[in-house]
Design a protein around this ligand. Structure first.
Ligand SMILES: [Zn+2]
Ligand SMILES: [Zn+2]
Length: 266
């Protein structure tokens, strides 16, 4: 098993990268990847939970050192989770390139300045029409990110359900367009198990979206979005079983931003 979407104290995780990697060794992970937030907002500022330009160097050299130190125990992968904004994606890609990441997880945590996964209260304050508007805008950003194609893994594709179901909009057509763009751009889709532990009560994406992705033969990767060492492979057995039941036999791994397919027993 391998786990790519994990956070440390470089962004909003609770442990140092080394504690996460050591936990990966204890959990028997073949590869343990870190993906701290690097979220550049339009205008160039950073949310409090994101790394900044000045922390990127320290972050990647820390991962390089851990790669060396833990070789033979777990393969350390250098990743990052970015926030897609059409206004900043060029700058983000330019800033990351010198550090040769293994993969970039592309996520949408904002629609305009509305934070999608911040608090339930922000959602309950919306009228159903306003919630519909946020959800529609969210999907349009996911579609734009997939069409842009400069990330490797699409993170928690239906994140807006985190605090439960708000709005009444039928998202089926957006899901179809987004998944077709993910396929056409050759990106991987993550099954993010963290949603199961939130009010959503299920993985990201929902089973119906996952079924469509499998039908389109989109490569998938199982991640836990761990912010704590104990969560590195949380609900992985269930996710692997689910994929097996859907006829999926291989997962997408990444090395130097090249997709490498792995068997479920890897
Ligand atoms: Zn995220
Ligand atoms: Zn994350």
């Amino acid at each position: 098993m391998f786990s790519y979407h994990n956070h440390s104290v470089f962004s909003d995780g609770s442990a140092a990268p080394e504690q996460m990697i050591a936990a990966g060794v204890r959990a028997g992970l073949t590869e343990t990847g870190m993906s701290d937030h690097y979220s550049v907002l339009p205008g160039g500022s950073f949310p409090g939970w994101s790394m900044t330009d000045s922390s990127l160097g320290e972050y990647f050299s820390c991962l390089d050192a851990l790669k060396e130190k833990y070789s033979g125990e777990t393969i350390v992968r250098k990743g990052v989770e970015i926030d897609f904004f059409p206004e900043t994606i060029d700058a983000v890609c330019g800033s990351l390139e010198p550090f040769s990441p293994d993969y970039i997880i592309g996520s949408v945590h904002f629609w305009g300045d509305f934070p999608i996964d911040d608090t339930a209260e922000k959602w309950t304050a919306l009228s159903p029409e306003e919630a519909d508007c946020v959800i529609e805008g969210y999907w349009k950003k996911i579609i734009a990110m997939a069409e842009d194609g400069r990330v490797d893994i699409v993170g928690h594709i239906d994140l807006y359900k985190k605090f439960g179901r708000f709005g009444r909009i039928d998202t089926g057509a957006f899901e179809d367009t987004a998944l077709e763009a993910v396929r056409d751009s050759g990106l991987a889709l993550e099954i993010n198990t963290a949603g199961f532990y939130k009010p959503a009560g299920e993985f990201y994406p929902s089973l119906s979206v996952l079924r469509k992705a499998v039908r389109l033969e989109i490569p998938v990767v199982v991640n836990s979005d761990a912010h704590h060492p104990a969560h590195l492979r949380r609900s992985f057995p269930e996710a692997y079983k689910l994929l097996e039941g859907l006829g999926v036999s291989r997962l997408a791994g990444f090395e130097g931003r090249r997709m490498v397919m792995r068997g479920l027993d890897y």
